[in-house]
Ligand binder design. Structure first.
Ligand SMILES: CC(C)(COP(=O)(O)OP(=O)(O)OC[C@H]1O[C@@H](n2cnc3c(N)ncnc32)[C@H](O)[C@@H]1OP(=O)(O)O)[C@@H](O)C(=O)NCCC(=O)NCCS
Length: 222
């Protein structure tokens, strides 16, 4: 599939990473409140350089990286980012993660961006299932999943050692079949992000993509 980026929603532009996104990302990932439920500590500049370098390679699920990383801009300013990455060798099952600059919270921007990325996942890549894993205390992420029609599937007790303590994990997921059965649920959450584009699916070897996933991380991609 040719990556459908930049992709416009009603208020946002989603696009692949550029090297100079580093400063904008550092602006929010360096904040302790953002890092609280992420795997990493608040970013430093050297760490940000490594992360952006990795994310620049994640240009599509059907590329060797088996992953797609995008930033979201509002009026030319990067305010958040999200990623999709394959998690098995069918090439049809993926995980999704997201981060929003806290200055832009509470306005539905994350819902709009992640909804658009789910449309890419299901309509562009014809995925079967997309899941999200998060710290059970991350209520804002749980609400985001629910707004987007993802179902809460599991609550894992103290399965993850994070930042000096055992933490609980919640797993949400949505299937292609859920979206066919309840199209209004995801369209209502993000009507402007529906994609009318017809994608040309390039042949790819899903097992190759999956085995090259050296970055898989529970809960959220780094
Ligand atoms: C998770 C995260 C993205 C959620 O941010 P958010 O601001 O709650 O999400 P949205 O931008 O979609 O905004 C939704 C809120 O805006 C409100 N809102 C206003 N206008 C809206 C609109 N047009 N559409 C949807 N919601 C809207 C919603 O009611 C909701 O408010 P509520 O939580 O009080 O009900 C953010 O907290 C974050 O980045 N956290 C740190 C990183 C992180 O933990 N990532 C996840 C790892 S798994």
């Amino acid at each position: 599939m040719t990556a459908p980026f930049p992709l416009s929603t009603s208020r946002l532009t989603l696009r692949l990473y550029k090297p100079d996104d580093l400063t904008a990302l550092l602006g929010y990932y360096s904040q302790p409140q953002v890092a609280r439920y992420l795997l990493d500590e608040p970013w430093t500049r050297p760490f940000a350089e490594q992360q952006v370098q990795k994310r620049l390679q994640r240009q599509g699920l059907d590329t060797p990286a088996g992953a797609l990383a995008v930033v979201w801009e509002v009026q030319g300013e990067v305010i958040g980012d999200a990623a999709l990455w394959l998690t098995d060798d069918t090439g049809k099952v993926a995980e999704i993660g997201w981060v929003l600059h806290p200055d832009f919270a509470g306005q539905g921007f994350a819902t709009e961006a992640v909804g658009a990325l789910l449309n890419v996942a299901f309509e562009g890549y014809s995925l079967h299932r997309v899941a999200a894993q998060m710290d059970a205390r991350n209520l804002a992420s749980g609400k985001l999943c629910e707004r987007l029609g993802m179902k809460k599937e599991a609550y894992l007790r103290q399965n993850w050692w994070s930042k000096g303590e055992w933490t609980d994990t919640v797993i949400y997921a949505v299937l292609a079949a859920d979206r066919r059965e309840s199209p209004a649920e995801h369209e209502a959450s993000n009507p402007a992000a529906r994609m009318d584009t017809v994608y040309e699916k390039k042949s790819s070897d899903p097992s190759e993509a999956a085995t090259q996933l050296g970055f898989e991380a529970l809960r959220v991609s780094d």
